[in-house]
Design a protein around this ligand. Structure first.
Ligand code: B1M
Length: 208
């Protein structure tokens, strides 16, 4: 029942209400990952379908995204719990041309919770900025997020840029995002693909 209400709040962009429902859910002992997946993410999926069908427009999609972010902020300390030893360094960002960051932020948050030091380089990140970040931060893992079919080529461009800069062999590359698949990861020469944030943590752990 509470989960359905959370879905409705995301759909209606009711930010204050979503915050109180998530807090109540936690107080009642609901698993935070259930509140995330069955509430907030489910709401976002419905928004995506409605947008695709032309039933709503960009401002509504943005308002729903802001509502989801507000809910995620409340869940953050509960989702990010894990072992605290430094597991390794990850540079993560959303590739050039793409401004979607909710999924990337979740992946970053879960990695931090699992003990990784995360350097989040943000959204719409050109390949050369990933190269710069790898030179500066010296990570073991680079994470690339892409949410649009037309920004998937930027994943390949980023991997190529790391190769050209002579850095490819020094890092493992993990990719993800709704349109990304294992097949695509193999095609572009990434070392790993994860369909969700928990999977990303497992892959990153496996790299270290
Ligand atoms: Co956009 N958008 N959007 N959007 N948007 C999608 C992606 C879309 C599928 C909607 C649709 O049509 N059904 C569609 C893409 C179609 C396609 O290319 N196949 C789309 C479109 C078309 C667009 C615009 C082009 C619309 C326009 O302008 N006409 C535009 C593009 C802007 C740009 O990037 N240049 C646009 C804009 C926006 C908003 C700004 C309004 C907003 C983003 C706000 C923000 O992120 N701050 C937005 C939103 C919210 C969405 C939907 C509705 C939700 C995305 C989301 O946050 N999901 C989305 C539809 C959908 O996906 N259902 C849609 C929740 C999030 C937790 O999931 O991001 O998939 P996700 O992340 C998951 C996994 O994918 C994975 O783990 C995460 C956690 O489980 N993962 C990784 C992600 N990154 C990973 C990295 C990893 C590993 C796993 O390793 C490094």
């Amino acid at each position: 029942m509470k989960l359905e209400k959370i879905v409705e709040c995301v759909l209606g962009a009711e930010m204050d209400k979503v915050e109180s429902l998530v807090k109540e859910g936690l107080a009642e002992g609901t698993d935070p990952s259930v509140l995330l997946k069955e509430g907030l993410i489910k709401g976002m999926d419905v928004i995506g379908e409605q947008f695709e069908n032309g039933d709503l427009f960009l401002p509504e999609m943005l308002a729903a995204a802001m509502t989801m972010k507000a809910g995620v902020e409340i869940l953050k300390p509960h989702l990010a719990g894990g072992d605290s030893k430094a597991a390794g360094i990850v540079v993560i960002g959303t590739v050039q041309g793409d401004i979607h960051d909710i999924g990337k932020n979740l992946v970053a948050m879960m990695l931090e919770g699992a003990g990784f030091e995360v350097a989040d380089v943000g959204i719409d990140v050109p390949p050369e900025d990933f190269v710069k970040a790898v030179e500066e931060k010296k990570p073991q893992v680079v994470g690339l997020s892409a949410l649009l079919t037309n920004t998937m080529p930027a994943v390949k461009m980023t991997i190529d840029a790391l190769q050209e800069a002579g850095l490819r062999d020094q890092v493992k590359i993990m990719i993800g995002g709704a349109p990304v698949t294992q097949e695509f990861a193999d095609e572009v020469g990434a070392d790993g693909y994860a369909s969700d944030a928990a999977g990303a943590v497992n892959i990153a752990r496996g790299f270290i």
